[in-house]
Structure formats: C-alpha cells, structure tokens
Design a protein around this ligand. Structure first.
Ligand code: TXA
Ligand code: MG
Length: 357
C-alpha cells in the first residue's frame, strides 16, 4: 500500500511538466489518476500486468471486472485490438476522441489481468488534453477505470479522487471538474449488430444515425446472482452513497407530490432527510417547507440532462457527507440523450425505487 500520494494541480503553463512527471510514474509501473471528459480515471500501463494489478488493489475492484484501455492514436488501437469492423471506423470518425468505448477482439499483447481473461478488450480515446498528453508521453495505452473505491459514485473532481484513494495511489493530476460527469457509453462491436452495454454521453440514437441497428444489452438494475451478463460490470453495485437512497421517478407532478409526502413522513418520524432534486422540483410550493431539510443538493434543470449529468455524482457525494439518514432523489428527468445514462446511474445507485404516475 502506498503511503503518500502526490497531487499535481494543472495551472497556467505547467501542463507539459506535470504530464512529463506523471508519465514517468506510468512508465515505471505506477498508478496515476487523471481527468478525462467523463469522469476521473485511475490509470496504469495497460500492457504491464503488475501495474494493472495495482489498480484493482487500490479500488478494491472485483478481479473479474475488466478495464477500459485508453489510447491516444490509431497506432495504439492496432497494437491492442483486432477484427475492427468498418462500422467501428465510422463511429471513431464521428465520436473519437470522445465518450464512446468500443469492444473488440483483443490482441495477445494485452495481459489477462487487464481484460480479466476475456478475449475482448474495451477501448476508448478520451477527449481531454491531459489524458491524451499522458498517454502519448507514457508511450503506452493506459488502462483506467473510474478513480473511485469500487461501488462508490464516480469522481468528477480531483477532491473526490483524493477522498477515496489518497495513500493508495502514486499520483493525482488535478485538472478541475470534468465536463460530462457520467462515464462513457460502452458498445460491443464484436457481434454483427453492435450491442449497447452501458448508456453514456453518446446516446443510442446518435450511434444509430451512423451504423443503423443497435441492440440494447443493459438493464437499469443490478443483475441478480448467477444471472448471465454481457459486461461483468453489470453484476456489481454501483455509484452508491453509503446513505440509503430512495429514487422517485415518473411524471414530474406525481414525483413532486411523492417526494413531498415522503419528506413529511420522514420528518414526522425524526428521520433526517437529504434531497437530491431538480431546480423545478425545488421551486414548487409543495417543496418549499422541506428545502430547509438537513441537506439539499440542486441537480439543475430537469429539461437539461447534460447539466444534471455533470452534477449527479457530486450531489451523491455531497449528501453522503451531510448528516442525513436517507436521501430522496428526484427522477423526473427525461431519458432522451444523456438522460438515459442519468436515470441508469440513479437506478443503480438506489436502494429503493418508487415509480409514480
Ligand atoms: O468514461 C469512462 O468510461 C471512464 C473513464 C475513466 O474513461 N471509465 C470507466 O471505467 O467508467 P469503469 O471501469 O468504471 O467501467 C468500465 C465498464 C465496466 O462496466 C466493465 O465491466 C466494462 O466497461 N468492460 C470493460 N471491458 C469489457 C469487455 N471486454 N467486455 C465487456 N465489458 C467490458
Ligand atoms: Mg466505475
């Protein structure tokens, strides 16, 4: 276990120097947390099994949940993947660098520990100058899951990374808050018809515009024990605050009614309530008396799922640190575009789901 973690903050004019220093750690088999456009990742040399093992150890990640390999150019794609179909090149042209991860047959140079023994490998080219610079300077593809303790909400700031992993990793590059806020879309390109394994910033409709048919291979709930899954990540609890989370979803006025009813019930029972709500829900008359609750986090407008995505994990972490017994989350968010990813993360984080209409 590491005793101290170095934090390098990106400021004016020091980008190159920070990347050079951090890349040395990657080259020597160390672990470096860095920002991407989606969430912070915990990186190590994807081709060095000992280095990759450190990622699993630092996160407490189950050893059968494979990592995404991050690349900076087409040459690195050729190093690690094979049988890349034409449709994937179309998607790369459209979305790379960016928040789309694609799964291909892997080449043998990728060690078993990175893919957990699968014959496929997940690959993406992140749209962030720090991430791309680090991969280029390290001269190797970088394996990187989200830089959180397994099961916790993904980190969208360096502070989140430090809260979870300080003392367990070599370096954190602090590049400020990320832009997107939910993890990349994961698309399996190995079948004839691509299969969506995780919703993200790139929506299924956007993908269909380029490649036609796409199958949906994920559900919004955690897979049951022994259930066959296409992506190992589906088996595990995700994104969860330690505090009990109750998600209320459905049409907006019914959601507001239900949230205020629950808030009253809890208050009457002296249960301290945290509220994770949209601006519109917070602005209703019914909610006015509960906004002085023990913790309130405004997600942004329910009509702007991009804004909500960028605030979601910070909100879960914020309320988890407040002195509350239960968090009520507002699910009155449409599932268009990135909304599908927001609802997916909320449902996976929830201990209880209440659907109203
Ligand atoms: O936006 C992101 O994707 C972030 C940043 C850091 O790039 N990374 C991220 O990684 O979210 P992680 O490890 O938290 O999620 C990777 C997901 C998991 O659900 C894993 O099971 C799935 O991708 N996965 C990885 N390799 C796979 C493979 N060969 N086949 C199927 N699923 C795979
Ligand atoms: Mg993760």
């Amino acid at each position: 276990m590491k005793s101290s973690t170095q934090v390098f903050k990106i400021g004016t004019g020091n980008l190159e120097e920070v990347i050079k220093t951090a890349a040395q750690f990657i080259k020597k088999g160390g672990t470096v947390a860095f920002p991407t456009e989606t969430v912070y990742g915990l990186g190590a040399d994807a081709l060095n099994p000992d280095a990759v093992r450190k990622i699993f150890k630092a996160k407490g990640r189950p050893l059968d949940n494979p990592l995404i390999v991050h690349i900076a150019d087409q040459e690195q794609l050729g190093m690690v993947a094979m049988e890349v179909p034409d449709s994937a090149h179309v998607l790369m042209d459209a979305f790379w660098p960016g928040p789309l991860t694609m799964i291909f047959k892997r080449k043998n140079i990728v060690p078993d520990v990175t893919t957990c023994g699968l014959d496929t490998v997940a690959i993406r080219m992140p749209d962030n100058p720090i991430a791309l610079g680090l991969i280029k300077e390290a001269g190797t593809p970088i394996a990187a899951p989200s830089a959180n303790i397994s099961g916790r909400p993904s980190p969208t700031t360096a502070e989140h990374v430090i809260a979870d992993l300080s003392g367990r990793i070599d370096v954190v590059i602090d590049g400020g808050a990320v832009r997107v806020g939910v993890e990349s879309t994961v698309l399996d390109m190995t079948p004839e018809i691509p299969v969506l394994l995780r919703p993200g910033r790139v929506s299924i409709d956007e993908i269909r515009e380029y490649v036609g048919k796409v199958l949906v291979g994920y559900t919004d709930r955690q897979a049951g024990a022994g259930e066959a899954v296409r992506s190992p990540g589906m088996k595990y609890t995700h994104y969860s605050p330690e505090t009990r989370l109750v998600l209320v979803s459905g049409n907006s006025s019914a959601v507001v009614d239900k949230i205020s009813e629950l808030a009253r019930e809890y208050r009457d029972r002296n249960i301290r309530v945290g509220l994770l709500v949209t601006d519109e829900t917070a602005g209703t008359e019914e909610m006015a008396e509960y906004l002085l609750a023990d913790g309130v986090f405004l997600l942004g407008s329910r009509y702007d799922a991009y804004e909500i995505a960028s605030n979601l994990f910070a909100g879960l972490r914020y309320l988890d640190l407040e002195d509350v017994d239960v968090i009520i989350a507002d699910g009155s968010i449409g599932i268009d575009g990135i909304g599908a990813a927001v609802i997916n993360r909320l449902k996976k984080a929830a201990d209880e789901l209440i659907e109203v209409n």
